[in-house]
Design a protein around this ligand. Structure first.
Ligand code: GDP
Length: 197
């Protein structure tokens, strides 16, 4: 993907504050600190378009970015940070669920997991829910540079087994080496071309 422009549009909490759905949209979801901001920045060749936060779980808004005046990328707030109070976790859930279930321009979700972690019940439930909603999912295992090649493949197989309903294998990615970047773009472009939603 040739990136000509990448700009922040706005942050929103409620549908009334979302930008108008003029462009096909891809959302990014993952646990806090998983490397979501890093991944988006690598995809769009920018170092600081999405602010990487030192305090996990602080970004509690939905952030909209416009790429090449043609594609919208959405950074969903990271989930699962233990220090966030339960009440906030509930509001996170409803904010993200409202966005995902109502956004007419949404073409799919890139779900990012740390390659060193076993998928948990949250990821299993989330994928089930995406399937029910008929929202395509691109599963990515990031921080692949943290494991040896053998371990990477082991994790790829076991994570796919854990989340057995996935229609495709996890894409392995590293924000450090940028490996996997083009594969993720290919998967995103395939969703944009499907034009089913
Ligand atoms: P976010 O909270 O999901 O947006 O995570 P960030 O993108 O802010 O990354 C969290 C931490 O993980 C930061 O210290 C990053 O430098 C580091 N990180 C992110 N991606 C990678 C990666 O692919 N490899 C390595 N080694 N570190 C990464």
């Amino acid at each position: 993907m040739h990136i000509i422009s990448a700009e922040f549009i706005k942050s929103a909490q409620k549908p009334a504050h979302y930008p108008s759905p003029d462009f096909p949209e891809i959302a990014f979801a993952g646990r806090s600190n998983v490397g979501k901001s890093t991944l988006i920045n690598v995809l769009v060749n920018r170092k600081h378009l999405v602010k990487t936060s030192k305090t996990p779980g602080r970004t509690q808004l939905i952030n909209f970015f416009l790429i090449n005046n043609a594609l919208s990328l959405v950074d969903l707030p990271g989930y699962g940070y233990a220090k966030v109070p339960k009440s906030l976790r509930a509001s996170w859930g409803s904010m993200v669920e409202t966005y995902l279930s109502s956004r007419e321009s949404l073409k799919g979700v890139v779900l990012i997991l740390d390659i060193r972690r076993t998928p948990g019940s949250y990821e299993i439930d989330f994928i089930d829910w995406l399937n029910q909603q008929n929202i395509p999912c691109i599963p990515v295992l990031t921080k692949k540079d943290k494991l040896s090649k053998n371990q990477q493949i082991k994790q790829q197989i076991s994570s796919s087994k854990q989340l057995f309903k996935l229609p495709q294998d996890f894409i392995l990615f590293s924000g450090k080496t940028k490996a996997g970047k083009e594969t993720i773009w290919t998967a995103i472009n395939a969703l944009l071309e499907k034009n089913e939603r």
